[in-house]
Ligand binder design. Structure first.
Ligand SMILES: [Zn+2]
Length: 456
């Protein structure tokens, strides 16, 4: 007696078909699928039952916001909502001002449940739709949502949700940047005990994204625009199974903007403050030295005593340019000289490298055509003299290549925004970028307040 399947069989005939499928299933997978169908139906019934129960509790009506009279019940009206389990319907009281003041109609239960007047889909479906859109194109997100949950939506619906939530993310960020500029610090993120001793490494780079030349029309030549991306992480090392030490990034946080270095700087500084830039045992700035990113170091991180590192591969690349201008790049002599200087640069002999370049630039034997290039290379490395002490950096366990920055760009931007045939408009791009940032920075859920249990 009282087996759950028997109770369900008796409880409602709609469970009998899936129960039969369950009993006759020829594989465990089919059993699970049959139960899944039943659970969804059961969930709809359960939700409707609880909602009906709540709707029949006595109501205390608020007063009309226009005339101050107490609102009166106009009786029960149906509410329909698309949820993760399917469509649910329930009756709840709707009230209005006895004077009939405009806009006075309310449904107190809706308000208590966090439902908006014209909301047709549950917050949990919106949350899931946005979550999928963070990773895959809108059309795919719709299909996945349908396959995973049975909820059918138009791609445009998810697009609208991403717009709405993305705008909230952007507005909050703008407020925080403004507050910081006015002296109000953001709340620092807690750092796990085992990460406290690790350096906070910060780097930035740019990545190009295809945009439509004019909003609203696919016509015209693609316009490539640069997204500035910065990464902040606690960087340590870990031993692989093969017994090799590799870089380990922890508490990775990203900042990105469709805009200039000036747009990036305050956002990056905000995140740096959150990540404990003033309390970290060591702060490291890592960049390839191009396109104005060093001004971010000069403006923000130099003052907090950050160690700055010029990306080794970029330094070597420039060195090669100089050597190739001096010795013919196709010759063995060039290759050998470059290999020697590169080795010196990497292993703590940056001063002899600089001295050799300085002597070369002054040398009368240098062909005039090479002088300008070599002078530029010398000036470049001389400017970054303090940032090319690779042997010291390596000994201190710091990264010398900006690979972590490049992979952040690839992950954040490339993977979602540079798919086949994709071209963006600024209003379409920005909210999605910010939602993706919220996800990677582990703040995604906080933008769906209806999904967060209240403290009491
Ligand atoms: Zn009124």
């Amino acid at each position: 007696m009282s087996r759950l399947s028997d109770i369900l069989w008796e409880y409602d005939p709609q469970f009998q078909a899936p129960l039969t499928r369950l009993r006759e299933a020829t594989s465990l997978a089919l059993m699970v699928v049959a139960v899944w169908t039943m659970v969804r139906r059961l969930a709809v019934r359960l939700l409707e039952e609880v909602l009906t129960g709540r709707a029949h509790q006595p109501e205390t009506w608020p007063v009309c916001s226009s005339c101050g009279r107490r609102l009166q019940s106009k009786g029960f009206r149906e509410r329909v909502l698309h949820t993760l389990f399917g469509v649910i319907r329930w009756q709840r009281r709707v009230g209005r001002c006895p004077h009939g003041c405009a806009g006075s109609q309310v449904a107190p239960l809706d308000q208590a449940l966090g439902l908006l007047p014209h909301q047709r889909t549950g917050a949990e479906v919106q949350w899931m739709g946005c979550l999928l859109a963070v990773f895959v194109p809108y059309e795919t997100a719709c299909r996945l949502l349908q396959q995973l949950t049975g909820v059918s939506l138009a791609a445009g619906t998810i697009w609208t949700w991403v717009q709405q939530v993305g705008q909230r993310v952007m507005a909050q960020l703008a407020d925080e940047v403004k507050a910081l500029a006015a002296g109000t610090l953001p709340r620092a993120e807690s750092v796990a005990a085992e990460l406290v001793a690790l350096p906070l490494v910060i780097g930035a780079d740019g990545v190009m994204v295809p945009f439509r030349p004019q909003p609203g029309t696919p016509k015209g030549t693609t316009r490539w625009r640069e997204i500035k991306v910065a990464i902040l992480a606690r960087v340590g090392e870990r031993l692989t199974r093969q017994g090799k030490w590799v870089t380990r990034l922890c508490q990775r946080r990203l900042v990105a903007v469709l805009g200039t270095i000036d747009d990036l700087t305050p956002r990056l500084w905000l995140e740096a403050v959150r990540q404990g830039v003033s309390t970290a045992v060591q702060v490291v700035w890592l960049s390839d030295g191009g396109r104005g990113f060093w001004t971010v170091f000069q403006r923000c991180f130099k003052a907090v005593g950050a160690t700055a590192i010029l990306d080794f591969y970029h330094a070597a690349q420039n060195l090669y340019k100089g050597i190739a201008a001096w010795l013919d790049g196709r010759t063995c002599a060039c290759q050998q000289r470059f290999a020697q200087l590169c080795h010196q640069l990497r292993h703590g002999h940056e001063q002899p490298v600089l001295a050799e370049l300085a002597a070369l630039v002054e040398s009368a034997q240098l062909p005039e055509s090479a002088r300008e290039t070599l002078t530029n290379v010398y000036n470049y490395l001389k400017t970054h003299e303090d940032h090319i002490q690779y042997d010291q950096f390596k000994t201190a366990g710091l990264p010398i290549g900006s690979g972590m920055v490049e992979s952040a760009c690839k992950w954040l931007v490339q993977q979602r925004f540079k798919g086949v045939g994709m071209r963006w408009s600024e209003p379409g791009f920005d909210p999605l970028l910010h939602l993706r940032l919220a996800w990677v920075n582990q703040r995604f859920d906080s933008f769906f307040p209806a999904m967060i249990p209240s403290p009491n």
